[in-house]
Design a protein around this ligand. Structure first.
Ligand code: ARG
Length: 467
């Protein structure tokens, strides 16, 4: 048991208490941020005359050595340390002696962990954003390929009006575009550096907080040291954004599962993204889509857990806040993995264009257009609605589509119908007459796709403005 704070204690910590209190098993993933923060702190202490240049060099070299060895795997983080901060300081002091003991001057683990977590989360936001951007690229490729792939659009999961696959995919493009923007917004609110807040009330040393903030890529220091050590809003915001991403992915998965069902057969999930059954040889299951849908729960759970943990905490730092890590790390890993898997599944999925078009045709999705035809020939919409309703009923009785009903039957119900009704209710016409911005009509969709293409070119691969 290696502790930084044994001085005022006369007894050893109970083993169970030690294990309950320790965070090394999960905060070890913060080693890089912890070391970078310590390097900046040492540089600043030397610039302020609190450390000598030799002490600074010994500390920086020592920390660099630890970092290199951890990255290479030749040094491992043992469970005998309480947390990552203790580990780094202990190994450093073991290696360089006296200067190592001076590193913690003017610093507390409270501002140290606040810094580590903020830096780690900021990087994770950018990594997540890269995955979201990759997914946007895959969606746009599907859109570009399927501007004339007709399918039924649904309301209440009932066939409603004909749309195109590009149009359906475009709805998801919009959702993930908002997710991308949300992630950027959150990162934009994370520009202040908590290092130098001390335990809660700053320090008596003349620290240059502007300098450490600059060294660590922040815009400036936090302006209240109590909030500096106890703010986890950015993490809650990120978990909310991750929950929203999962909600979108889960809706998308639900559709893929429905489209892949024996009844629909709109898509074929690639073998590489499907699984079989141990008993039923014919099965090819959409397990990946189901798992992504299922994992949504644990991400929502992380958000709920942290909101609840934070709600009762008086200022400033309290140990409750150590609970921010495990669930948040799990949510970060989960969402990145889900986006990547989903993008791979979508990019390799086959769309069965004939099945989709046939389904749109069978479902009377052109009934509104038949009514519009009558309206364009002077019939009042309410009357037109009634006429087409009767025609639909007739078709249902005969088991045919409106497109297959002879003109004589049309004429029996309304004399207004002429031969051109068939063209007016073809899927192609129905879709392409929908020309308002945001609609599936070919012209409107080409315009939207152009805007999306330009948008993605503007954000590159998600890495823009990051450093
Ligand atoms: N492991 C702690 C955490 O994750 C680090 C800060 C500990 N500070 C303290 N005063 N006990 O929050």
């Amino acid at each position: 048991m290696a502790q930084l704070w044994g001085g005022r204690f006369t007894k050893e910590t109970d083993r169970l208490v030690y294990d309950f209190n320790a965070s090394i098993s999960f905060d070890k993933r913060l080693y890089r941020e912890d070391i970078e923060g310590s390097m900046a702190h040492a540089r600043m202490l030397a610039a302020q005359g609190i450390l000598t240049d030799e002490e600074r060099e010994a500390i920086i070299d020592g920390l660099q050595g630890i970092l290199d060895e951890l990255e290479k795997g030749s040094l491992s983080i043992g469970s005998e340390y309480e947390d990552i901060h203790s580990f780094v300081e202990a190994v450093l002091t073991e290696r360089i002696g006296e200067p190592g003991k001076k590193l913690h001057t003017g610093r507390s683990r409270n501002d140290q962990v606040a810094l580590d977590m903020k830096m780690y989360t900021r990087k994770e936001i950018y990594k997540t954003d890269e995955s979201v951007t990759e997914l946007l690229h895959v969606i746009l490729e599907v859109m570009e390929e399927h501007t004339d792939t007709y399918m039924p659009g649904f309301t209440h999961l009932q066939k409603a009006q004909p749309i195109t696959l590009a149009h359906h995919m475009g709805a998801y493009f919009e959702m993930f575009k908002r997710d991308h923007e949300r992630l950027r917004d959150i990162a934009g609110r994370m520009g202040t550096c908590p290092l130098g807040s001390g335990a809660l009330a700053g320090t008596t040393y003349p620290l240059d907080r502007e300098y450490t903030a600059e060294l660590l890529g922040f815009d400036g220091p936090t302006l209240n040291s109590m909030d500096g050590v106890s703010d986890r809003d950015y993490l809650i915001e990120f978990l909310a954004a991750l929950s929203m991403i999962m909600m979108h992915l889960s809706r998308f998965c639900e559709e893929v599962i429905i489209w892949n069902s024996n009844e629909y057969q709109f898509v074929d999930i690639d073998d590489a993204y499907s699984t079989g059954s141990s008993i039923m040889p014919q099965k090819k299951n959409p397990d990946i889509a189901e798992l992504v849908r299922g994992k949504t729960g644990r991400v929502y759970g992380a958000l709920q857990a942290l909101l609840t943990t934070m709600k009762g905490i008086p200022l400033a730092y309290n140990k409750d806040m150590q609970e921010d890590k495990e669930l948040a790390f799990d949510a970060m890993d989960t969402v990145k993995g889900c986006i990547r898997l989903f993008a791979g599944m979508l990019g390799t999925m086959k769309f069965r264009e004939e099945r989709m078009a046939a389904s749109a045709k069978e479902g009377f999705t052109n009934a509104t257009d038949a009514a519009d035809y009558l309206v364009n020939h002077g019939v009042a919409f309410r009357d037109a609605h009634g006429i087409v309703g009767r025609l639909v009923l007739l078709c249902i009785e005969r088991g045919i589509a409106l497109d297959d009903l002879p003109l004589s039957e049309y004429k029996k119900i309304s004399e207004v119908f002429e031969e051109d009704i068939y063209d007016a209710i073809s899927l192609k016409t129905c879709v392409n007459k929908r020309v308002t911005q945001g609609a599936p009509g070919h012209g409107a969709m080409e315009k939207t796709i152009g805007i999306y293409r330009e948008y993605l070119d503007g954000i590159g691969n998600g890495k823009k403005d990051k450093e």
